[in-house]
Design a protein around this ligand. Sequence first.
Ligand code: FUL
Length: 695
Amino acid sequence: MKVRFCYYFLLAILLVSCDRSLAPAPHGPLPSERQLAWHDLEYYAFIHFNMNTFTNMEWGMGDEKPEWFNPTELDTRQWARVAKEAGMKGIIITAKHHDGFCLWPSAYTEHSVKNSPWRDGNGDLLRELSDACKEYGLKFGVYLSPWDRNHADYGKPEYLDYFRNQLRELLTNYGEVFEVWFDGANGGTGYYGGANENRKIDNRTYYQWDTVFKIVRELQPMACIFSDGGPDVRWVGNEEGWARPTNWSLLKRDDFAPGIAENLEHLRAGQEDGTHWLPAEVDVSIRPGWYYHPYEDHKVKTLPQLLDIYYHSVGRNASLLLNFPVDTRGLIHENDVNAVMKLAEALKADFAHDLAAGQKISASNVRGNSRKFKVENMLDGKKETYWAADDEVTSASVTIEFKEPTTFNRFLVQEYIPLGQRVRKFRVEALVDGNWQTLAEETTIGYKRILRLPTTTATQIRFTIDDAKACPVIANLQVFNAPKVLEAPVVRRNQAGDVTISAGEEGVEVYYTTDGTDPGTGSARYEGPFKLDKKGLVAAVAVNPQSGETGPVTRQEFDIPSTQWILLGEPGKNQRASAPFDGNPATSLVVNQPLPVDFIIDLGEVVKLKGFEYLPDQSRYSAGVIRNYEISVSNDGRNFSQPVSSGEFGNIANSPVWQRITFDPVTARMVRFRALSVVTGSDRAGIAEFNILTE
Ligand code: FUL
């Protein structure tokens, strides 16, 4: 009996030790509980709102007066509503930026809202925002700039107490904080309590980061700490809105420190052999600047740009921290609201219907043939269940068989990251008319990877992991058919008279007319540039070839082409002399000459002029924006008429958009566009585009 018992006991032990249904062992650095919670957020808002909003700056010097901070309609509930409706999960606010002004009545400085006229000095913006976040079910996070250009002690050990005290205030008084944001900009010129000097610090040692991190852990154990090198969330190495397609949530963390971003490439792609779990956060503003500037009201990112940002961040194993530069009223500007809502709608449509759900799925290997790790786990919508392969298997295929031919263009896959990031290389293929076609060959997956694929109709889809650091563990797989983005096409004509039309989305067809009629699928289909060497109107529309759906129509008028035009005189000697006539708003001619500056254009023929159009430089910090102008004409380029038009481009500093001026018709061959003055902050005159209007 005893022998028998021993026999069964040993057999049981043997079976358990061979039981392939045991979960795979974790591989490599693993995410902490707080990092796992953070991964789930994916998309949240940044708000840059502080003293810079009122000084129209990006970085204040620290000598600003608290009285200047005076929002007239501040409403943090509007911010929270917008973030919530946009599908975001939280808000991080610039509690203190580099200029040192505090949005909360800190007990440790006078440089705060308590000395501002806002709410008669009784306001606490962090209180209002944290309350609004609670009301709307959003997480709340704080940006506390280590660099403080206001504080007299910055650079000395005394400042560290101040900094830590402020951190304690932020982490004690406003409920749960999900992320603490430490920016990398550190040390330099500043006001520093009136010293007005340049103070350099050693980023690695000055702040004694370990002590700072301990405070965060003590007061907010679930808060993730962001900086160039974490320790919980890393900067992605650019502020343009993208991570690399290969993106490991791993980094050799000890090689990095806040403010020391020596190797941007590693921040962008992570490190396969990283020593710590350190996922990337993509921070980017919905406008060119982080802070509000009225002159950027027309520079809010477009839907195609925002979609690219989403797919290049959330779609590449990073989170997306999208910034709203709240305006001087204290509201998210209407243009920004429209843009982010368009993005929300588009994302909703992209992921509306999972085509993989409920389909037949099989795998080349299932761990221990166990039900626990069955391949169907990838389709069950639960993040705790996953498909896993046997330990020795580092390449495997999963095939989905559709009940009927199915059209798709998005592929979404997620590793089960509590066990580590494993996949090095994978591929997606489709069975189209009986033949396997490769749609994508990619590298890492991580928490989430979303591929934008060419629209394909197939009976099967095959996901193959070609290489992994350890057996694959995949939690989720989804397939979608995202509708085409049908934006109003951009129609341009270059100096040669060639018209190009772009719809900003692959796989969309464009139709156009040149006779003023409405464009549609019955009109000419745009296949490439075409000539328009006279006055004309191009009307264009984008069409989804699958559904026949059409987008908004663009109607672009063109006057006589600039083919013969020559810029005479000094500005004409500049190499970019053709930039004002090249039909490309992204190129400009900016002239380094004292005002007034004359731009004399020989049109090459005598025309009847009745006006002109001017577009100033469109780069982030618009250069040479002309405010006051004068137009004269001539037939020989030497003797010019009295001005046929002169005046001011109203509000051009704040709104550097197309200006259209008309005047009584006059016949001439030469036009002199004289820049009399430029907007404040500019000492040069420039032109991105110049058109004339003829009778
Ligand atoms: C940068 C800062 O210097 C900017 O002003 C902004 O706050 C951005 C998010 O981080 O490095």
